[in-house]
Design a protein around this ligand. Structure first.
Ligand SMILES: *[C@@H]1O[C@H](CO)[C@@H](O)[C@H](O)[C@H]1NC(C)=O
Ligand SMILES: *[C@@H]1O[C@H](CO)[C@@H](O)[C@H](O)[C@H]1NC(C)=O
Ligand SMILES: *[C@@H]1O[C@H](CO)[C@@H](O)[C@H](O)[C@H]1NC(C)=O
Ligand SMILES: *[C@@H]1O[C@H](CO)[C@@H](O)[C@H](O)[C@H]1NC(C)=O
Length: 375
């Protein structure tokens, strides 16, 4: 009787601990006050400048941070806010941070919106220790000036601090990027499937996209050893991104997501795959347009080992795609599969656009005879 009681109590306690752990980790979606709609007390503001370190609910600030409301002007220009009525601006060397309760060892991606104001080559240093990357935010890909950016990290502890810092030093201390709409998403680690040596070949696992954000999410270039929001795909470039798209707002060749190569030859989308030197392989993929008015001669070039193929696609800007295929023989233990857009293309509104890549697969054969038999 006593034993049973004790056991029941222990089970109950265990259940409490488990549910407390589950409840503590942050859900996907907007961070607490991630859209800055909860305002500082007016006593904490001097004009637009936020005075107190803890004045913005759920955030901690340092340096020259402004709280930007509707119809806030910069000279003669009104600073628009993408979501709700409020955003923040980080001046020279200013930063904002938030403590996040996460699941240790899980992977997360952060999505946020940013707009450049007066400085030209703005950058943001995003950190969840020990990982840190400086994201370039100089090229604007939307007509309204706001882009969403993504960044990923592996949680080393159950409580981590997200820090976004403006490393800029411009003459006007207030010049700096506007920020809004911070969200988080737990990333599943993509696995190899039976018929595809590429992981996440359909790009279904990627950063959070707000359901009401129509402009996709940029995946910026990162150091090769940092976790990518599109893992195991990596974006290689000095300053240019690719754009992650959702089927709710774009024409996507397959599934719910695809990638738009918006930066021409300056950016490569790559994945490294284990291969056996000397064996034949076949890479297939879709190349098309996102139905977003990107009209013209688009082309995706794919490379693997010593092989390459160019898929030319004449876009009416209304959606559609073609399949491309590349057969190659591996020359090393590891083969880098590379997708690049061969040209810059512009939409009517002057923003850059490019071909869409989706549904990529790689299969290997024991030898050429086996390959011929199967295809
Ligand atoms: C508010 O800002 C103005 C201009 O920068 C400054 O002169 C003033 O002292 C500030 N007021 C407070 C209470 O800090
Ligand atoms: C994070 O967890 C701590 C303790 O586990 C709790 O006190 C705190 O309120 C949590 N913070 C958030 C933002 O959920
Ligand atoms: C980015 O910020 C982190 C944390 O504040 C810092 O350790 C790192 O040196 C910064 N990197 C750059 C390039 O400014
Ligand atoms: C390929 O892998 C094998 C076994 O893992 C190893 O012995 C060999 O050195 C590797 N070759 C290269 C070129 O990396």
């Amino acid at each position: 009787m006593v034993v049973q009681h004790a056991r029941r109590a222990a089970l109950f306690l265990l259940a409490c601990v488990v549910s407390a752990r589950v409840a503590a980790a942050i859900p996907d979606g907007l961070l607490p006050n991630g859209n800055f709609e909860a305002a500082p007390a007016t006593s904490q503001l001097n004009g637009t400048r936020v005075m107190g370190r803890y004045a913005i609910p759920h955030w901690e600030i340092s340096g020259f941070v402004e709280y930007i409301g509707p119809a806030q002007k910069q000279g003669d220009m009104i600073l628009p806010v993408p979501e709700g009525a409020y955003a923040v601006r980080l001046g020279n060397e200013a930063s904002i941070r938030q403590l996040l309760n996460v699941t240790r060892k899980a992977y997360y991606s952060i999505t946020f919106s940013a707009a450049r104001t007066c400085a030209q080559a703005e950058r943001l240093n995003v950190t969840v220790a020990p990982e840190s990357d400086v994201l370039p935010i100089q090229t604007v890909y939307t007509a309204n000036g706001w882009d969403s950016y993504s960044w990923a990290f592996k949680a080393r502890r159950s409580a981590v601090t997200l820090i976004v810092h403006n490393p800029g030093v411009t003459e006007d201390a207030a010049c700096g990027p506007l920020l809004d709409s911070f969200a988080i998403k737990t990333l599943q680690v993509p696995q190899r499937t039976k018929n595809n040596m590429l992981k996440n070949g359909d790009f279904e696992e990627g950063p959070y996209i707000f359901p009401d954000t129509p402009w996709g999410v940029l995946v910026p270039p990162l150091d090769e050893d940092d976790y990518s929001p599109l893992s195991p795909w990596m974006v290689l470039s000095s300053t240019k991104s690719v754009k992650y798209l959702d089927a709710a707002h774009y024409a996507v060749p397959r599934g719910a997501h695809a990638v738009e190569l918006v930066s021409g030859v300056e950016t490569a989308l790559v994945q490294d795959v284990r291969t056996v030197p000397g064996r034949p392989y076949r890479l297939e993929f879709s190349a098309g347009d996102a139905g977003n008015g990107c009209v013209g001669s688009l082309a995706v070039q794919a490379y693997a080992a010593r092989g390459s193929v160019k898929v030319a696609y004449q876009s009416q800007g209304k959606g559609g795609y073609e399949r491309g295929a590349l057969e190659f023989t591996a020359i090393a233990n590891q083969t880098r599969v590379v997708f690049v857009s061969m040209a810059y293309t512009m939409k009517n509104d002057g923003t850059l656009c490019g071909p869409v890549v989706d549904d990529a697969s790689l299969v290997g054969f024991r030898n050429n005879a086996a390959r011929r038999l199967l295809l």
